[in-house]
Design a binder for this molecule. Structure first.
Ligand SMILES: Cc1ncc(COP(=O)(O)O)c(C=O)c1O
Length: 263
């Protein structure tokens, strides 16, 4: 990559992690919608057509390798520019694509995850809330802490102690026949699979779902908890510290909605 690059210098960019099955990206329109929204919010020139070209090339290459499962990382930075924070006008975005072969087939449900509560909290920034931007140092710290605790994942709170997400995924709780997930108005990443649960999968099984502020008391009182991201779709939560759940019925039913969509 040519240097300087504002992605490296300031985290001035966005990324997507796409799951490919036999070289075909799953739910591509959701990734492009989030990316497009982020590009507009950061004031990047529209480069979605170029992004799609890069993606098509990468997918063709991956299909020719015969990889069944692949995690494709797509990064868009604002490119180079003069020294200093002020963004160049016009900017020339750079697009990078890297691919990792996945052993696990996404058609197999992930095993229930053990969670702890992270001491690393989300910073508050409504202007960037929802975006998958390149500044992910809270997730880096929280991931190291999760590993140190021997957990699979962690719950991340905001500065006021409200539940926002997992380290690398969104979080849903079920209670009283109702599914709830935190609103992401001041921090968090608006996940593609979260969006699919809200718009398609919960409605498909007639389950009421809403965005609602949640605290740790709501979480531990829930009848069921699961997390979502592109690589495993939906993953049941077995425990958050001492609180355990054996019931993963809703997560499993929604996972079937995912399976039906990917065919
Ligand atoms: C912090 C965070 N929130 C949410 C998500 C879920 O996003 P998606 O469903 O698009 O993978 C991720 C994915 O890695 C994440 O890192």
């Amino acid at each position: 990559m040519p240097l300087p690059d504002r992605g490296l210098d300031f985290g001035d960019g966005l990324f997507e992690t796409l799951l490919l099955r036999d070289g075909a990206p799953l739910f591509l329109e959701y990734h492009l919608a989030r990316l497009g929204g982020g590009l507009r919010r950061l004031g990047f020139p529209d480069c979605i057509a170029r992004v799609q070209q890069y993606l098509e090339q990468a997918c063709t290459d991956i299909a020719s390798r015969g990889w069944r499962g692949c995690a494709l990382r797509l990064t868009v930075t604002r490119g180079g520019g003069p020294r200093g924070y002020t963004p160049p006008e016009p900017a020339s975005p750079r697009i990078l694509v890297t691919a990792t072969h996945l052993e696990r087939d996404c058609g197999t449900a992930a095993a229930p995850a053990s969670l702890t509560v992270s001491s690393v909290r989300w910073p508050t920034q409504p202007l960037l809330a929802g975006l998958k931007h390149l500044n992910r140092l809270e997730q880096v710290l929280a991931s190291a802490e999760t590993r140190h605790c021997g957990a699979d994942e962690s719950v991340m709170l905001d500065q006021e102690g409200r539940v926002i997400s997992a380290v690398a995924g969104n979080i849903f709780i079920a209670s009283g026949g109702q599914l709830r997930t935190p609103p992401l108005t001041h921090c968090g990443i608006a996940g593609t699979r979260r969006q699919l649960v809200l718009e398609r999968w919960a409605p498909a099984i007639g389950l009421a779902v809403e965005e609602a502020e949640l605290d740790l008391a709501d979480l531990v009182a829930a009848e069921e908890v699961f997390i979502t991201n592109s690589l495993f779709a939906l993953r049941p939560v077995a425990c958050v510290d001492e609180t355990r759940w054996a019931n993963h019925r809703i997560c499993r039913t929604l996972f079937h909605c995912f399976l039906e969509e990917i065919g």
